[in-house]
Write a protein that binds this ligand. Structure first.
Ligand code: HDD
Length: 700
C-alpha cells in the first residue's frame, strides 16, 4: 500500500525517486545521489549556512530549515533506562528441539525444528548509557521471541538469583548501587559506601553477593555467559495442568571470564569491548549460540525442596534437577539502527504467550507492573508497541486506539465489542491466554514468608562449589569493594555476614581489610546449613570449553619477524575456530624477514594484551630488542603473564620476555614456537584458557 502510494506521488510530481540504504524512497539530486530535503520533503539548497540578515547579521526566525533541524536535534535523546541503561542487542532466531506439548501449549514449543524470530539485548545494570563494558556488575540477558501467539519476553540476567525477595525493595537496591545522589559518583561501580551499607543491612542479598563478587560479574564476552530467567514460571498444557519451570541459557562456547586487574585495563583500552566482540562475531559469521534448558518440576518436588521455589534468592542446583535442553538461540544479524532497535526495544516480563504463566514469586509479580510502566516514560507513548522492534510478528487485532504517534489506525465503524456490525476481532476462549487457576484463601498481609528466611546456606553452597582460584577471586573482590567504603562499620557488618557463609572467607577478607578482631557472625533468622553439597555446575572453571573456538590470539610482531611462522600460527588458530590479530610497533605493520610487509590491526599502544585470550611473540632478535624500550610492549608481555594467559614465543622474543621480568622457563604456560607442530600444540594448550596454577606466583 505505502509503496503504491509513494509511486503514485512520484508519478504525479514527475520526479525520479530512488531507494536508499534503508529501503525508503529518496528524491534524486543531480549526479544521482539522494537529494537532501527537510522532514516535510522540501528540497534543501544550502545546508551549510543559516539565513541571515546581511553577511554578518543575525539569523532570521524565518529559516524553517534551520529551525526544524535544530528542533529535531534538541529532542534526539529519550530517557535512558533507569537500570540496564547500557546495552547491546542483536537479532536471531530460536529453534525448537522437540515438542513440549506434554507440558505446555505455548506455540513456540510445539514443533521440532521450527525457527522463531528473536531479539536479544545484553546489558550492564548500574552504569549509564555511556559507561564502559566491564564494570563488576550483573549482566542483563533479555530475550524477545516473536512467537506465533504473541511476544514472549524472558527478561533475565547472567546470574540465577537476585538481591532482594520482594519487588518493593527494588528502588532501594538500585538507589544504593547507583552514583551517590549528593556527589553523583561513582559511575558504574558497586565499590562504595551506599551500596555496601544497603547490602550489609539486607541479609537476603548474600547469595547474590557471592555471585556478583565472583568472576561471573566480569564476563569475557556476552557470548560466553549463561542466562537465567531467575524466577519459577509455570508451563500450562492444553488442559491447564501446571508444571513449574525455570529457564537457563547455556552458551555453546562455554563460559569464560576475565580477571579484575584485566577488566580495569580493558575498560580503558576498549570501553566497548563487549559490544565490539558481539559485532565482530556476527559480522564475521561466527554466530553466537545458546541452548535453552528447562528445569521442570511439580508441586510435590517444590514441597520437598529445601527452599521455597518462589524465593528469587534461591536456585535449584543442576545436580538436584537436571536442566533439559529444549531449543537453541542463534544471533545472526546486527540491528540496522541502534536507536530504532536496541534503544527502543521494550522488554516486559508480563509478555507471555498462552501456555506460559507466572508463579507467585513476589519479585516477578512486582516486575510485571514495572516493565509496562517504564516503557511509557522511556518511549513517550502508549503506542510503543507500534514500533517495529516491539510489534508482534504474528497477526494481531484489538480495539486500542489513538494516543500519541499512533501509526497503525483501525478502519471501520466498530471500535468496541461486542458489536452487531459484524466487525472487529472477538475473544477465543479455547486458544486465548488463560491464567493458572489457583485456589487461594488467605488473609491480606504485608509479610515475608517464613520459607524465605534462610539467607546463607545457598550463598555458602555457591562458595564451596568454586575452584581455589575462583574462591580467591571472590575474597579479593570483596576486599577491593569494601576497601572503597570509608565507613569501617560497613566493612565489619559485611564481614559478620561472610562468617555465616564461610569462616575462612570471612577471616581472609577481614585480614586483608586490616580488621584485627573478627566481629561476631551476623544474627541469622535461620541457622546457616553446612550440609549442602558443592554443585560443580556453579563453577566457571570446572565448566570450561572443550576448544579454543571463538577466542582471540594477539600476535606481537616486529621488524624481521618470520612471516612463514606467522602464517603457520594463523593456520593453527583458524583450524581451531579462533581468530588472530597482529600487533606491530608502528601503524600499518612491520617488515618481515623476507622483506614483505606484515599488515597489523593494532599498533602496540592500541593493542594491549588484555584484549586477547592468549598472546604470541613472533619476534626476531632485533625486533625484540627494539621493543624492550617501549613501555607498551613490556606491559603487553607482563600483563599477559600476570593475567595467567598462555604465551607463545619465538626464538628471538627472549630479550623482550626477560626485560618484562619473565624467565623463559617460568612455567608451562610459556610455549616455545618454532614449527607448525608447535603452533598446534600452543593452540591446544590455549584450550585451558588460563594457567591458574600461575596465580600463586603473580598474586592476582
Ligand atoms: Fe529489571 C530492565 C532483568 C528485577 C524493573 N531488568 C531490566 C533489563 C533486564 C532486567 C535484563 C533490561 C531489559 C532491556 O534490555 O531493555 N530485572 C531483571 C532481572 C530481575 C529484575 C533478572 C530479577 C530477577 N527489574 C527487577 C525488579 C524491578 C525491575 C524487581 C522493579 C520492581 N527492570 C526494571 C525496569 C527496567 C528493567 C525499571 C528498566 C528499563 C526497562 O525495564 O525496560 O522496569
Amino acid at each position: 500500500m505505502v509503496k503504491k502510494a509513494r509511486d503514485e506521488i512520484a508519478k504525479i510530481h514527475d520526479q525520479s525517486l530512488t531507494r536508499g540504504n534503508g529501503g525508503e524512497l529518496h528524491q534524486v539530486a543531480e549526479g544521482g545521489t539522494a537529494r537532501l530535503t527537510t522532514a516535510q520533503g522540501a528540497p534543501v539548497a544550502d545546508d551549510q549556512n543559516s539565513l541571515k540578515l546581511g553577511q554578518r547579521g543575525p539569523t532570521l526566525l524565518e529559516d524553517f530549515h534551520f529551525r526544524e533541524k535544530i528542533f529535531h536535534f534538541d529532542h534526539e535523546r529519550i530517557p535512558e533506562r533507569v537500570v540496564h541503561a547500557r546495552g547491546y542487542g542483536a537479532h536471531g532466531y530460536f529453534e525448537t528441539y522437540r515438542s513440549l506439548s506434554q507440558y505446555t501449549r505455548a506455540d513456540v514449543f510445539q514443533r521440532a525444528g521450527e525457527k522463531t524470530p528473536a531479539f536479544v539485548r545484553f546489558s550492564t545494570v548500574a552504569g549509564s548509557k555511556g559507561s564502559f563494558d566491564l564494570p563488576r556488575d550483573v549482566r542483563g540477558f533479555a530475550v524477545k521471541i516473536y512467537t506465533k501467539e504473541g511476544n514472549w519476553d524472558l527478561v533475565g540476567n547472567n546470574i540465577p538469583v537476585f538481591f532482594i525477595q520482594d519487588a518493593i525493595k527494588f528502588p532501594d537496591v538500585i538507589h544504593a548501587v547507583k552514583p551517590e545522589p549528593d556527589r553523583a559518583f561513582p559511575q558504574a561501580q558497586s565499590a562504595h559506601d551506599n551500596f555496601w551499607d544497603f547490602i550489609s543491612l539486607t541479609p537476603e542479598s548474600m547469595h547474590m553477593v557471592m555471585w556478583v563478587m565472583s568472576d561471573r560479574a566480569i564476563p569475557r564476552s556476552f557470548r560466553f555467559m549463561q542466562g537465567f530467567g531467575v524466577h519459577t514460571f509455570r508451563f500450562l498444557d492444553s488442559e491447564d495442568k501446571s508444571t513449574f519451570v525455570k529457564f537457563i541459557w547455556k552458551p555453546k562456547l562455554s563460559m569464560q571470564s576475565v580477571v579484575w586487574n584485566e577488566a580495569v585495563k580493558i575498560n580503558g583500552a576498549d570501553p566497548d569491548f563487549h559490544r565490539r566482540d558481539l559485532w565482530e562475531a556476527i559480522q564475521t559469521g561466527n554466530f553466537p549460540e545458546w541452548e535453552l534448558c528447562v528445569q521442570l518440576f511439580d508441586q510435590a518436588f517444590a514441597d520437598q525442596f529445601d527452599f521455597d521455589v518462589l524465593d528469587p534468592t534461591k536456585l535449584i542446583p543442576e545436580e538436584v534437577l537436571e536442566p533439559i535442553p529444549v531449543g537453541r538461540l542463534v544471533l545472526d544479524r546486527m540491528p540496522d539502527n541502534f536507536f530504532a532497535e536496541t534503544e527502543q526495544v521494550a522488554f516486559m516480563t508480563q509478555n507471555v504467550p498462552p501456555g506460559i504463566d507466572f508463579s507467585n514469586d513476589p519479585l516477578l509479580q512486582g516486575r510485571n507492573f514495572s516493565y509496562l510502566d517504564t516503557q511509557l516514560k522511556r518511549l513517550g507513548s502508549t503506542n510503543f508497541t507500534h514500533l517495529p522492534i516491539n510489534a508482534p510478528k504474528c497477526p494481531f487485532a484489538h480495539f486500542q486506539q489513538d494516543g500519541h504517534m499512533a501509526m497503525r489506525n483501525p478502519v471501520g465503524r466498530a471500535n468496541y465489542q461486542p458489536n452487531s456490525w459484524g466487525e472487529g476481532p472477538r475473544e477465543d476462549p479455547a486458544r486465548g491466554f488463560r491464567s493458572y487457576r489457583e485456589d487461594v484463601e488467605a488473609p491480606k498481609v504485608r509479610l515475608r514468608a517464613e520459607s524465605f528466611a534462610d539467607h546463607y546456606s545457598q550463598a555458602r553452597q555457591f562458595y564451596i562449589s568454586q575452584t581455589g582460584p575462583e574462591q580467591r577471586h571472590i575474597a579479593m573482590a570483596l576486599t577491593f569493594e569494601l576497601s572503597k567504603c570509608e565507613n569501617p562499620s560497613i566493612r565489619e557488618r559485611m564481614v559478620s555476614h561472610l562468617l555465616n557463609i564461610d569462616e575462612g572467607l570471612g577471616a581472609a577478607v577481614a585480614g586483608r581489610l586490616g580488621i584485627g578482631r573478627l566481629p561476631k557472625p551476623a544474627d541469622a533468622a535461620v541457622a546457616p546449613r553446612k550440609d549442602l553439597p558443592p554443585s560443580p555446575a556453579l563453577s566457571i572453571v570446572r565448566n570450561g570449553p572443550p576448544s579454543f573456538a571463538g577466542r582471540k590470539v594477539g600476535v606481537l610482531v616486529g621488524e624481521g619477524t618470520d612471516a612463514a611462522m606467522l602464517a603457520a600460527l594463523q593456520t593453527a588458530v583458524e583450524k581451531e575456530g579462533a581468530t588472530l590479530e597482529v600487533i606491530a610497533p608502528h601503524v600499518g605493520g612491520a617488515q618481515a624477514k623476507d622483506g614483505t610487509l606484515i599488515p597489523a590491526k593494532h599498533m602496540i599502544d592500541g593493542g594491549p594484551s588484555v584484549l586477547f585470550d592468549a598472546v604470541a611473540l613472533l619476534l626476531s632478535d632485533a625486533g625484540a630488542e627494539a621493543l624492550t624500550s617501549e613501555a607498551a610492549a613490556r606491559d603487553f608481555v607482563a600483563d599477559a603473564f600476570a593475567h595467567c594467559k598462555f604465551i607463545g614465543f619465538s626464538n628471538g622474543a627472549e630479550a623482550l620476555l626477560l626485560k618484562s621480568g619473565i624467565a623463559l622457563d617460568a612455567d608451562e604456560g610459556l610455549v616455545y614456537l618454532s614449527d607448525a607442530g608447535s603452533m598446534t600444540r600452543f593452540v591446544e594448550t590455549c584450550r585451558q584458557l588460563r594457567l591458574w596454577a600461575r596465580e600463586a606466583n603473580v598474586k592476582l
